[in-house]
Write a protein that binds this ligand. Structure first.
Ligand code: GLU
Length: 334
């Protein structure tokens, strides 16, 4: 795997922003290789990267390839190529989460020693049927705690498939998001005891992201606001594991289609690679992002370096960005 990774990361650095001292903090670009990067992903990465380069932060590239069944062969490479094609660079990585499960196992061992996790054999259907009220997010269920005190012995593989959940107290997690303001969330009432280790035998996203952000010294997290609620879960885990949490959280409003729903396959082909392969230049994609981010008031081509020079979080629209037919037509030069 290593060899495959190095040829797409030759470490050539942006002409604009490299020689700044790396003392101003650490951030990460964390693509999930579950599909190709679309324009919404590109916008998040570009903003993340631009803010880091403006401040002279260290940028880490971390491929989040733990999502077993959803990981697509070659999607990691595709994502890295797109980031590089657009003009982004990084100081460390790519690191692949799957390459070293020992760090997540160690965190699990800590949670087990503290008596904070328990095995759970509930199926999704069982959890669904136990819901007392319809849930805000269609994908998120509140786990009713069915297995919390069920297994009072060491469970072993002979007992079938099971996940591990963390015991979440009913209390509020409060944190500050740079864009979204003060957040107050009761994780127990949102999702209940959530999964730390999946039935597939892999660390869950929430555990992996906390372990990695802590060990990689991440001080600033920039990502889509679909993860705003996850941050409360992660802060709870930092506390449970005795780890230092990032100091700054920036959750960006999502890019949506004309129907107001999060950009996805239903909106047609919005992959950055589709535009690249159709002959659209990188500056055009970056130019569209600049327009979306309030850097320019019309669509004009620009380089990633120019984007980083011009970006101002304070001027970025706080509403969702709508990707519409006009944007597509402009990209295609129509
Ligand atoms: N890998 C996640 C994604 O691509 C990002 C997770 C994070 O930033 O914490 O959606």
């Amino acid at each position: 795997m290593r060899e495959r990774q190095t040829d797409v990361n030759q470490g050539d650095q942006s002409k604009h922003h490299t020689k700044t001292p790396k003392t101003a903090g650490v951030t990460r670009l964390a693509p999930s290789p579950t599909g190709a990067l679309h324009l919404g992903n590109v916008r998040t990465f570009l903003v993340n990267w631009a803010m880091a380069r403006q401040k002279g932060m260290k940028v880490i590239l971390r491929v989040e390839n733990l999502d077993g069944p959803r990981v697509k062969v070659g999607a990691d490479r595709g994502a890295i190529e797109i980031l590089r094609w657009l003009g982004m660079d990084w100081d460390e990585g790519p690191y692949y989460q799957r390459d070293d499960l020992a760090v997540y196992e160690a965190a699990m061992a800590t949670l087990k020693k503290k008596g904070l996790v328990y095995p759970c054999r509930c199926t999704r259907r069982e959890i669904e049927s136990a819901q007392s009220a319809p849930h805000g997010d269609e994908h998120e269920l509140q786990y009713p705690g069915t297995c919390r005190d069920k297994f009072n012995h060491e469970i072993d593989d002979g007992e079938g498939e099971f996940a591990w959940r963390v015991k979440v107290p009913s209390s509020e997690v409060v944190y500050e998001d740079v864009l979204c303001g003060t957040q107050r969330m009761d994780v127990q009432s949102q999702v209940g005891d959530f999964v730390m280790w999946t039935k597939m035998g892999l660390p869950a996203y929430q555990l992996a992201v906390v372990v990695d952000d802590a060990r990689q010294g991440v001080t600033e997290v920039v990502r889509g606001d679909d993860l705003l609620r996850s941050t409360a879960r992660q802060l709870f885990l930092y506390r449970s594991l005795g780890l230092q949490s990032p100091a700054r959280w920036v959750h960006l409003p999502l890019v949506v289609g004309e129907d107001g729903r999060r950009l996805a396959k239903r909106h047609g082909d919005t992959r950055a690679a589709m535009y690249r392969d159709a002959g659209v230049c990188a500056e055009r994609l970056v130019g569209l992002m600049a327009y979306w981010c309030g850097i320019t008031n019309q669509r004009i081509e620009m380089s990633a370096g120019e984007f980083a020079d011009g970006f101002d979080l304070g001027k970025m629209p706080r509403e969702q960005v709508v990707f519409g037919a006009e944007d597509h037509a402009w990209l295609m030069g129509e």
